[in-house]
Ligand binder design. Structure first.
Ligand code: SF4
Ligand code: SF4
Length: 236
């Protein structure tokens, strides 16, 4: 199967960016079930860029329009993943589209696997201090989805981490959850970068107190990252 043609199709199917991760880079990460990756060789990682105007409505908490946008983009990602899976299957390989946003372990906020980890392995972006995948073009203003496949594809290379001395997300986090620790490639565990419980409890408390917000979302560290704001500055 031609990897470039597949990525082109993924963009036609709705992805803003599509790249391929070598699953050997991800062996050993936590998945549900634990043998989820068995028999697969690569993952197609797809990102859809979020609306800047909607992200800009976020101050110290999520907004109803961001909550609606979040759900809508997840639906578009699921559709793109389904179409890419069909494309792969029609060419004789196996493909499994994983849901963009389905929590399987509410206590630890875990899903089938981390789409962010796949996106970092595929070079969609690097792992930021906030643990978000930071794209050079859109910052963390993206949402992600993954298709696992046994197709013989050419994997893309991960990107160099460019957080450097930036402390914007650490300074802005209303829960004081980001530890401001740098990494060259990826953190050994999320606890290395984040007081995860602080983030989780803050997000749940804030969302529970807001009438129009049903998902557990925040958006503050997404909004403040200069790599996302950069795109708007360029366009001005
Ligand atoms: S999602 Fe919100 S609470 Fe969690 S790390 Fe980002 S800014 Fe902090
Ligand atoms: S705000 Fe700064 S430190 Fe945080 S993820 Fe973005 S570039 Fe990295």
């Amino acid at each position: 199967m031609n990897s470039e043609e597949l990525k082109k199709f993924a963009v036609e199917a709705g992805a803003t960016r599509a790249r391929i991760a070598d699953l050997d880079r991800l062996r050993g990460i936590e998945t549900m079930p634990p043998d989820l990756l068995d028999g697969f060789r690569c993952a197609v990682s797809m990102a859809i860029a979020l609306s800047d105007s909607i992200i800009e409505t976020i101050t110290d908490r999520p907004t109803p329009i961001y909550a609606s946008h979040y759900s809508r983009v997840n639906a578009l990602l699921d559709e793109a993943a389904l179409r890419v899976s069909r494309y792969i299957e029609e060419r004789g390989a196996r493909a499994m589209p994983l849901p963009a946003s389905q929590v399987l372990d509410a206590e630890r906020n875990l899903s089938f696997l981390s789409h962010k980890a796949v996106a970092v392995a595929a070079g969609i972006g690097w792992q930021g201090k906030s643990l978000l995948t930071v794209s050079p073009d859109f910052g963390p203003r993206i949402r992600l989805v993954t298709v696992l496949t046994d197709a013989d594809l050419v994997p893309d290379e991960p990107l160099r981490n460019r957080c450097g001395g930036c402390t914007k997300c650490t300074d802005a986090c209303p829960a004081g959850a980001i530890k401001n620790v740098n990494t060259d490639s990826h953190y050994a565990s999320r606890d290395e970068a984040l007081h995860f419980e602080r983030c989780l409890h803050h997000v749940r408390d804030v969302c529970a107190s807001m009438e129009n917000i049903k998902s557990s979302i925040c958006g503050v560290c997404i909004k403040v990252c200069p790599w996302g704001a950069k795109k708007r500055a360029k366009a001005a």
